[in-house]
Ligand binder design. Structure first.
Ligand code: NAD
Length: 421
């Protein structure tokens, strides 16, 4: 009998054997890739649990389909279902052009306070990649999702608001930095201690739970000292205060190294040297983007602010095969709310062609199954996706970049994964 996933009083998700999970098919290529994906999920769950577990899918409307049927882009019933059932999964949605809602995804994130944008970046052998050794890339990005310049506090030059704010800064706070005050637009970058701590705490907890070697706080604190720099400092303080016995911060490491009098060359040696604790370190964002190409093996969990996280997520996704295969989730670990989603858009030119890669939604489903604790089904799918790509039976995006591959439709790619489960 179907029932709801709930959050237990112990802060752990309570997942029944037959949970109801709302889904949004999405616009453009959404229906094609959702149809292939849901068959993979059901087949893997059946194979892993032989009928003792099953997801009851509940279709909800958003985007163009919702607008055509109800006159609303994000009907209240959909938002309520997302709130009530905690977990949901969605395909890409068209961003309405013109007035009204800025973006349906942003609306969802704000309404459910989904403060972590989680993006695992893992290489599947055989995937076309611009990297020399893409198999060295294996990271999980925790991007802060509710603050930073994404808060949308911006004022266009020439408006009374921009003038008022500018005058306040010049007259009251004695800011002298405006080179062209008459034509300056202004934006505000809010970064709070509470917001930073909940994000970094989730990243460290993830690293400990999954026995990962390090958490790197990526920031631009050398320039933005009280926002990005504070994010870094709050992160280190939190790590030592709340996770003392389980982590090892970079500052502590530097001290040990001096005492030991020897430089330990690589990450693995550092870890064994400190007894399996999670290393907490930091990197300035520009340097991190360089290091992610030159020495990706040195990075595991990344904790970063909203804008850095946006750039880093797409840059790293490109290293391991691009947006056709990049999964994502937006999560509030405190309430349990989580929306799993393809990270690409609706690719409207390819709508209803049954040609696009469904891996992004399929791997978002893997993240959802892991979050639910249905690890066996998740692993079956991950392995089957890996085998399908290794066999070079792929959709057009990979086919165009591979030698001697077999071209499959979206639905056929789904069939092939099911065969390989
Ligand atoms: P897009 O991601 O839809 O497409 C860009 C290109 O990427 C496509 O032309 C295609 O070549 C490739 N691509 C995308 N998905 C693919 C897949 N599954 N397999 C293979 N190739 C794939 O980006 P866009 O054209 O900038 O945006 C189109 C619409 O999607 C806009 O309305 C935008 O606002 C919206 N959008 C939605 C989301 C979301 O819902 N999460 C995210 C980004 C963009």
């Amino acid at each position: 009998m179907a029932s709801k996933i709930t959050m237990g009083t112990d802060g752990k998700l309570q997942v029944p054997d037959f949970p109801t999970i709302p889904f949004i098919e999405g616009d453009g290529i959404g229906p094609d890739i959702w149809k292939a994906s849901v068959r993979v999920f059901d087949a893997a769950i059946q194979k892993a649990y032989g009928g003792s577990k099953k997801i009851e899918w509940m279709k909800v409307l958003a985007g163009e389909e919702a607008f055509n049927k109800t006159g609303e882009w994000m009907p209240e019933a959909t938002m309520n279902a997302f709130k009530e059932y905690l977990l949901s999964i969605k395909g890409p949605l068209t961003t309405p052009v013109g007035g009204g809602i800025r973006s349906l995804n942003v609306a969802l994130r704000q309404e459910l306070d989904l403060y972590v944008c989680l993006r695992p970046v893992k290489y599947f052998e055989g995937t076309p990649s611009p990297m020399w050794q893409p198999e060295k890339v294996n990271m999980v990005i925790f991007r802060e999702n509710t603050e930073d310049i994404y808060a949308g506090i911006e004022f266009m030059t020439g408006t009374p608001e921009a003038k008022k704010l500018l005058n306040f800064l010049v007259d009251e706070l004695k800011v002298k930095a405006f080179r062209f005050p008459e034509t300056t637009s202004l934006g505000v970058k809010p970064v709070s201690k509470d917001g930073s701590e909940r994000l970094i705490r989730s990243a460290i907890e993830h690293a400990i739970e999954h026995k990962l070697p390090s958490v790197t706080i990526v920031h631009k604190g050398n320039i933005m000292k009280y926002t990005e720099g504070a994010f870094k400092n709050w992160g280190y303080e939190l790590a030592e205060r709340e996770f003392g016995g389980q982590v090892y911060t970079w500052q502590q490491w530097e001290k040990t190294k001096k005492q030991d009098g020897e430089a330990v060359a690589n990450e693995e040696m550092k870890i064994s040297a400190i007894g399996g604790k999670v290393i907490i370190k930091d990197a300035i964002a520009d340097n991190f983007l360089q290091q992610a190409l030159l020495a990706p093996q040195d990075y595991s969990v990344i904790a970063t602010l909203n804008l850095n996280g946006d750039y880093i997520s797409d840059a790293l996704a490109a290293q391991v095969g691009g947006i056709g295969i990049a999964p994502g989730a937006n999560i509030n670990y405190l309430t349990g709310h989580a929306v799993f989603e393809a990270t690409h858009g609706t690719a409207p030119r390819f709508a209803n062609t049954n040609t696009m890669n469904p891996s992004s939604v399929i791997l978002s489903g893997v993240m959802m199954l892991e979050y639910m604790g249905w690890r066996d089904a998740a692993d079956l799918i991950t392995n089957a996706v890996g085998k399908t790509i290794r066999n070079k039976t792929v959709t057009i995006d990979f086919y165009n970049l591979m030698k001697e591959a077999t071209l499959l439709k979206t639905s056929e790619f789904g069939d092939e994964i099911i065969r390989n489960l």
